[in-house]
Design a protein around this ligand. Structure first.
Ligand code: COA
Length: 710
């Protein structure tokens, strides 16, 4: 359900949606209990300075504004028309807006369309609107809030604080709840917008607008699913360089394509792919609304990070250790130049304290001791961020420490990123609550404080990465297309071994020497020519998991073993699947297996072409040491992908073994990605295992599986 891609006039600017000079409310009601009244009330109470045109056939007046009987009687341009009429009247209202001739945007609050299976009417509404040059937000939304227009056209309760965080939410109910939470947390919004059924205007449109909106300094998104993800990836990468993007995506437990035929498909649960693509695009992923909002608040209020070195100041060893652990988790490097630390803190730390990082000013530390220590950190150019941790003691209480937090926050606000975490009882909690209301970066536990600072590190790191050229390896795409055409003509959705190997040849990815034979004698002859030892595998379009069917024999050292294995494989497979079409047996050079890896590409439902790399062979499902990325990628990104798996040390040459050919692995990933991207019929290319030879000696794709769309 996303007619947007079909629409020829997609690129109409949506600026007027966020900064309308005129707003009409169709379905404006005089009845204070109705949504059509609440929307008008919020517009009026929110201080909207443009023109408001309430519309209702009953006429009259609402909140001091004349109600127009129909939109035709409004002799003005309408930048934004908000629909709060029941679903059965929506189509007619849209037609009236089109006939008016000067309506630019529609925000349809009304529910009762695609979300309840009424896709057809929704598509028709969008078609009619778009033909009339009107963009559509919704249907099924709570309205639009835009600080720059002082426009609150939502039906949320009460006022929305203005500020620099933009919120896009797929769920209207969560959006309305977030409005309440932002007020409690004193987070100002530049806009909050729900895109409901995304019938026309979608996340891509909104992000494109927000990327260039000067009043938005950070964006928070709540999403459940992604549409047009392949187009979203480059946009997200660009946006995350301009401003931080915090995303909460629900549905972590959802696993896509469990019953799929390839390993990659069953491993590529939608959440794993989302998580990896989010990192690739510089998205900061939050687990909860609370976390997301806190992070956004920190990101828009903190000064920029100008270096990496972080110092923790604490009055307790325990919280210091917790802070250190959290720094590691959130990628914050701890400053460890001992000489400099001593120089900076010797005069402000008691003799029995610790001048190592965390700097421990001990349990007797008073607010004044903290003050001096924070000053020392603030004025030191070698320190770029500070985490101030404290446990409540008789000499460090909420009320006694409050003024120091206020003073240091004001002092640091424009200089250096700082977070406080104070742990204690009721008095401390009360002080924290009050300080938070004043926008001090203070938390009542260690991890939330460090996590906030961590988001600033993630954003800064991503922002500072240089743009790289995308890979375009040489692959004979026309030759592969020819092979695919033959497979399709044969009504198959998978490639036979020899076809898959021909694809590898066209991509110049080495496979072990092999021959397909249909008798024990011929197999033995082939094995002698290839050279012992050999591996034998069943060749059958009906048998996908060869070892389960007894269709695999390894390490065959002579003619007799090959002949026996041939007969055994045939017997096993006939027994396993009596009607299977058995073409024969593939005799393959036995590759010296040191480290088995998996390289694959598949078309993800959300993000389009994605590639996967990890530890392969029998370990792939057990250890799940794998990683995904949306394709295309730069060489550097592919290398980082390989480096990100837990077993990377094995590839670097652990325990005296030679390092593996990582360059050839990068090349193989680039090539499978390109094959998938260029040939739309292919859904999966899986090289598992692919053996990485020693450095400079290339790879061998031992098993190649290629699947086509049904
Ligand atoms: N032009 C202008 N006004 C019209 C109209 C038209 N063509 N046709 C009807 N109206 C007026 C009605 O006269 C009524 O005004 P009144 O109170 O003066 O009689 C007003 O529109 C509303 O119609 P009503 O039948 O009273 O509906 P309602 O207010 O109970 O419900 C919706 C309307 C849109 C709120 C409801 O259908 C709906 O969709 N609710 C769910 C909204 C939602 O949850 N959205 C998602 C949020 S995340």
């Amino acid at each position: 359900m996303c007619p947007t891609t079909k629409n020829p006039t997609k690129n109409l600017a949506i600026e007027s949606l966020f900064n309308p000079k005129t707003v009409a409310v169709l379905g404006a009601s005089r009845n204070a209990g109705k949504i059509g009244y609440k929307v008008c009330e919020n517009i009026v109470n929110g201080g909207y300075e443009g023109k408001l045109y309430p519309v209702n056939p009953n006429g009259g007046e609402v909140l001091g504004h004349k109600i127009y009987e129909n939109i035709a009687s409004i002799n003005d341009e309408i930048d934004l028309a908000i629909l709060t009429v029941p679903a059965k009247f929506v189509m007619n209202s849209v037609k009236e807006c089109v006939s008016h001739g000067k309506v630019k945007n529609l925000a349809i609050i009304t529910s009762g369309f695609a979300e309840i299976g009424n896709e057809e009417e929704e598509e028709e509404i969008v078609r009619v609107a778009r033909e009339g040059g009107i963009r559509v937000l919704g249907p099924n939304i709570f309205g639009v809030y835009s600080a720059k227009a002082k426009l609150n056209s939502t039906f949320a309760a009460g006022e929305i604080p203005a500020g620099n965080v933009a919120i896009i939410t797929q769920s209207g109910a969560i959006g309305i709840a977030m409005i309440g939470k932002t007020k409690v947390e004193n987070i100002g919004l530049s806009t909050i917008i729900s895109c409901g059924n995304k019938a026309d205007i979608d996340d891509n449109d909104l992000l494109e607008y927000l990327a260039t909106d000067d009043s938005t300094h950070a964006i928070m998104m709540y999403i459940e699913g992604i549409q047009n993800g392949d187009k979203l990836v480059p946009l997200l990468k660009k946006l995350s360089k301009a401003k931080p993007l915090v995303v909460i995506k629900s549905g972590r437990s959802e696993r896509g394509a469990q019953a799929a035929q390839s390993h990659t498909a069953s491993l590529a649960g939608s959440d794993e792919v989302f998580d990896a693509v989010a990192k690739q695009c510089g998205i900061i992923r939050a687990d909860s609304l609370e976390e997301g909002l806190q992070w956004c608040k920190y990101l828009v209020t903190s000064p920029p990070l100008k270096g990496k070195e972080c110092v923790i100041i604490t009055n307790g060893g325990g919280v210091g250790v917790m802070g250190t652990d959290a720094c590691e988790k959130y990628g914050i490097p701890m400053y460890d130049d001992q000489k400099e630390l001593e120089k900076a803190f010797k005069s402000v730390c008691p003799d029995f304290g610790s001048l190592k990082n965390p700097v421990d000013i001990t349990g007797g530390a008073t607010p004044e001791d903290y003050d001096h220590c924070l000053d020392a950190a603030l004025n030191n150019d070698k320190i770029h961020s500070v985490i101030c941790l404290g446990c409540e003691t008789a000499v460090l209480t909420g009320s006694s420490f409050k003024s120091i937090v206020q003073k240091q926050t004001a002092q640091y606000r424009n200089k250096k990123p700082l977070v406080f975490s104070l742990v204690g009882g009721e008095e401390m909690e009360n002080a924290i609550r009050e300080l938070r209301r004043e926008d001090a970066p203070i938390y009542n536990d260690v991890e939330p404080a460090v996590a906030c600072l961590g988001t600033l590190y993630s954003y800064t790191n991503f922002k500072n990465t240089k743009e790289q050229t995308l890979v375009d390896p040489p692959v004979d795409i026309p030759a592969i297309k020819e092979i695919i055409a033959k497979v399709k003509a044969d009504n198959r959705t998978f490639l036979l071994t020899e076809e898959a190997q021909a694809v590898m040849k066209a991509a110049d990815i080495a496979v072990p020497q092999n021959r397909v034979e249909s008798s024990a004698d011929a197999a033995a002859k082939a094995a002698t020519e290839i050279g012992y030892p050999v591996v034998m595998k069943i060749v059958s379009k009906d048998i996908i998991h060869k070892s389960d069917a007894g269709g695999l024999a390894l390490n065959l050292k002579n003619e007799a073993e090959v002949k026996a294995a041939y007969n055994q494989i045939m017997t096993n497979c006939k027994k396993h699947m009596p009607n299977a079409d058995l073409k024969g047996v593939e005799v393959v050079e036995m590759v010296d297996i040191d480290v088995e890896t998996i390289v694959s590409a598949r078309r993800d439902n959300s993000f389009g072409p994605t590639v996967m790399f990890g530890l392969g062979g029998i370990y792939v499902e057990v250890l799940k040491d794998i990683t995904f990325r949306a394709f295309p990628l730069s060489e550097k990104e592919i290398l980082e992908m390989i480096e990100s798996i837990k077993s990377y040390q094995l590839l670097k040459g652990a325990r005296g073994k030679n390092p593996k050919d990582i360059t050839a692995a990068v090349d193989a990933i680039a090539k499978v990605g390109k094959i998938l991207k260029e040939i739309p019929e292919i859904t999966d290319v899986e090289l598992n295992p692919i053996i990485l030879n020693d450095e400079g000696k290339g790879v061998r794709a031992v098993d190649v599986r290629i699947l086509l769309a049904e």
